[in-house]
Design a protein around this ligand. Structure first.
Ligand code: CA
Length: 535
C-alpha cells in the first residue's frame, strides 16, 4: 500500500466495512463485509441477465442458483404477471447474453404462479420468449422441475405449434431436433397438437414418425431436401454445395462430413444467420474460406459490423467479446482445433463489440470508473461464457464508456489503488488481456471515492463495477460518497454495476443518487446515461 493512501485513509476513517453502519439496514455478505441487500426485483434482473451458471468466488453454482430460484419464487408470489412481463421484455430486447435464465424464469412462472400468471406464461409468454424450436425444447426440459404435465401446459405447448406458420415450423423442427434430451416428438406425445389441414398434418407426421412429405406440399420442401441430403451423404463436395444452394438447407440438417468442405460453407454463407456466422468464424477460417485476401472475407466483415443487423439479430456484446477472444487465440475452447486468425476479422469483432450496445449519446458527466479487480472478480464467468470473468467483463464495459464520453477516467482498485488507465483508441482485446494479467487481492469498494477526494478530482458520476463483496476498508462506500459530496460540494451520483447475480449491493437504496444496474446488460450504458442526466 502506498504511503499517501495509508495516511489519507487513516484520516478518512469511518465505519469498518466488517461492521454495519449505525441506523442503516445492512446485511452481512458472503465474505463477511456489510453491504445492502439488493431489492427483490433488481435481483430478478441480475439473474435474468447474468444467470448463475458458474457461481461466484464466495458461492457455488448450486448455492447461487438456489438463492436466485428462491428470490424468483418470492417475486412470482408477490406479482407473477410482473415477472412474466419482465421476462418477455428482457428477452425480446436482447439485453441478456443468454436465453436460458429467461426460459427458466418463464417455466417457474408456469409452475408457481397463480392462475392468471400461469396462463400469461403459457400463452403469450411461451410465444414471445420461446421464439425458436430450441427455446421451446429448453423450456420443456425446465418445466418438469416446477409442475406436472397438466391441461394448461399441454394447451400452451399445443398453441405454440399451432400458431407457427407451417414453413417456419418445418424449419425450426429440422434445425433444432433435440435439446437437453427433449425432442419435438416427445412434446407431441404429451401435448398432441392438432393439424387443421393436410399440409400441417404432413409436417406433424414428419415430426412424429419421420414420414417424408410428398411433392404436393410446397412449404415442406426443406424436409424433402433433408431426406435427399441423408441419402447423398457420400457425394462429392460440388454436388453437396449445389444441393445446399438450391434448397437453402441449414447447416444443422447436413451430414457432418459436409461441414469440413469449404465449398459447402460457401454455399451456406449467404443464408447463414448472423449469430451462426459469428459462432462459425473459426470454422470458416479453418476450412480455408476466410483468408486475408479471400473473396468471402469482405462480405463477412461487412455483415458483422452492420449495427442494424447486429441489433435485429439480438447479438449480445458479450457474445462478440467471447467470439473475439476465442477467434484471436487461434484454438478452440474445447477440443484440439486450431486456425490462423485473420487480422481484419479480429478488428471487425472488436468494432462489433462496441456496436452491439444500445446507441448512447454522450452525457458530458465527469465520470470516474472504478474497476473492482480484486480476487473475487476473477472467479466464475459471466453467463457461463468461458474466459469472461466478472473482472474481464467489467474492464470491457469500462471501455465502452471511455469511447462514448469525453471526461472519463478509469481507476482500478482491490484493497489499494491499482493503476489502470484505458485510452479511447485501445482495443477491447488489449483491455481484456491487461485485466487478466492483474494480481489477485482483497477488496475495498470505497476506494474510488477516496481516490477522487485525495486528488480533488471533480466527479459527477462514480461508476463502480463490482460484485459488492467488500470488507477491507475503514469506511463504507456510500459513506465515502456522502463525504465526497460534502467536501467537494458536488452532488455526485453512484452507479453500482453488478457483475455477479448475488443479492448484494454497495448502493444505499434510500439515496436517490445511487443506482443499481446489471453488468453486461446490453442496455446498461443507456440506463447509466439516463441516470447521469437526471436532475
Ligand atoms: Ca472482492
Amino acid at each position: 500500500m502506498n504511503m499517501l493512501a495509508r495516511i489519507f485513509r487513516g484520516r478518512a476513517a469511518g465505519t469498518l466495512q466488517t461492521q454495519p453502519q449505525p441506523g442503516r439496514a445492512q446485511v452481512r455478505a458472503d465474505n463477511g463485509g456489510y453491504v445492502y441487500p439488493l431489492d427483490r426485483w433488481a435481483r430478478v434482473d441480475r439473474f435474468l441477465i447474468l444467470g448463475a451458471e458458474s457461481g461466484t468466488y464466495y458461492a457455488t453454482e448450486d448455492r447461487l442458483t438456489k438463492q436466485n430460484a428462491v428470490n424468483l419464487v418470492d417475486a412470482i408470489r408477490e406479482d407473477g404477471r410482473r415477472v412474466v412481463a419482465r421476462v418477455i421484455e428482457l428477452s425480446e430486447s436482447g439485453r441478456a447474453p443468454k436465453v436460458q435464465p429467461a426460459i427458466f424464469a418463464l417455466a417457474a412462472c408456469a409452475g408457481f404462479g397463480d392462475e392468471a400468471t400461469r396462463s400469461f406464461a403459457l400463452g403469450e409468454g411461451l410465444r414471445r420468449v420461446c421464439r425458436t424450436g430450441s427455446h421451446l425444447l429448453t423450456f420443456c426440459s425446465f418445466i418438469e422441475q416446477f409442475r406436472g404435465w397438466g391441461r394448461g401446459l399441454r394447451r400452451g405447448l399445443r398453441g405454440w405449434y399451432e400458431a407457427k406458420p407451417v414453413r417456419d415450423l418445418a424449419y425450426q423442427a429440422l434445425k433444432y431436433q433435440n435439446r437437453e434430451g427433449f425432442t419435438h416428438r416427445d412434446v407431441f406425445r404429451l401435448a398432441h397438437p392438432l393439424a387443421a389441414d393436410a399440409e400441417r398434418a404432413a409436417l406433424y407426421a414428419w415430426i412424429v414418425k419421420g414420414d417424408v412429405p410428398t411433392e404436393e406440399f410446397q412449404a415442406l420442401s426443406l424436409l424433402r431436401a433433408h431426406a435427399t441430403a441423408k441419402v447423398s451423404e457420400g457425394a462429392d463436395a460440388a454436388t453437396c454445395a449445389e444441393l445446399v444452394r438450391a434448397t437453402g438447407l441449414p447447416r444443422e440438417a447436413l451430414p457432418s462430413a459436409w461441414l469440413k468442405e469449404p465449398r459447402v460453407w460457401e454455399a451456406l454463407l449467404p443464408g447463414l444467420p448472423l449469430t451462426a456466422l459469428i459462432r462459425n468464424l473459426a470454422t470458416l477460417t479453418r476450412v480455408g474460406l476466410l483468408t486475408p485476401k479471400g473473396e468471402a472475407t469482405a462480405p463477412v466483415i461487412a455483415r458483422i459490423t452492420d449495427r442494424t443487423a447486429l441489433r435485429k439479430a439480438r447479438i449480445h456484446p458479450i457474445a462478440l467479446l467471447a467470439a473475439l477472444t476465442t477467434y484471436k487465440s487461434g484454438r478452440g475452447v474445447r477440443g484440439s482445433a486450431t486456425w490462423t486468425p485473420v487480422p481484419a476479422v479480429v478488428d471487425a469483432l472488436d468494432a462489433a463489440f462496441a456496436l452491439a450496445f444500445e446507441n448512447v449519446e454522450p452525457t458530458g458527466a465527469r465520470t470516474l470508473i472504478g474497476l473492482d479487480v480484486s480476487g473475487s472478480m476473477s472467479s466464475g464467468t459471466i453467463a457461463g461464457i468461458p474466459g469472461i470473468t466478472p473482472r474481464v467483463g467489467a474492464a470491457a464495459m469500462a471501455l465502452t464508456h471511455v469511447r462514448t464520453e469525453e471526461a472519463v477516467r478509469v481507476m482500478a482498485f482491490a484493497d489499494d489503488f491499482v493503476p489502470f488507465e484505458i485510452g479511447k483508441a485501445e482495443s477491447v482485446d488489449s483491455v481484456v488481456q491487461r485485466t487478466a494479467a492483474l494480481p489477485f487481492m482483497g477488496t475495498d469498494c470505497a476506494l474510488p471515492m477516496l481516490y477522487a477526494l485525495e486528488r480533488r478530482l471533480t466527479v459527477d458520476l462514480f461508476l463502480i463495477m463490482t460484485d459488492s463483496e467488500t470488507w477491507a476498508g475503514t469506511i463504507h462506500p456510500d459513506e465515502a460518497l456522502r463525504r465526497y459530496r460534502e467536501r467537494m460540494g458536488i452532488p455526485a451520483k453512484l452507479v453500482v454495476v453488478g457483475m455477479t447475480s448475488n443479492g448484494f449491493t454497495i448502493a444505499d437504496p434510500n439515496d436517490g443518487g445511487m443506482l443499481d444496474v446489471v453488468g453486461f446488460d446490453a442496455a446498461t450504458p443507456a440506463l447509466i446515461a439516463d441516470f447521469a442526466r437526471k436532475a
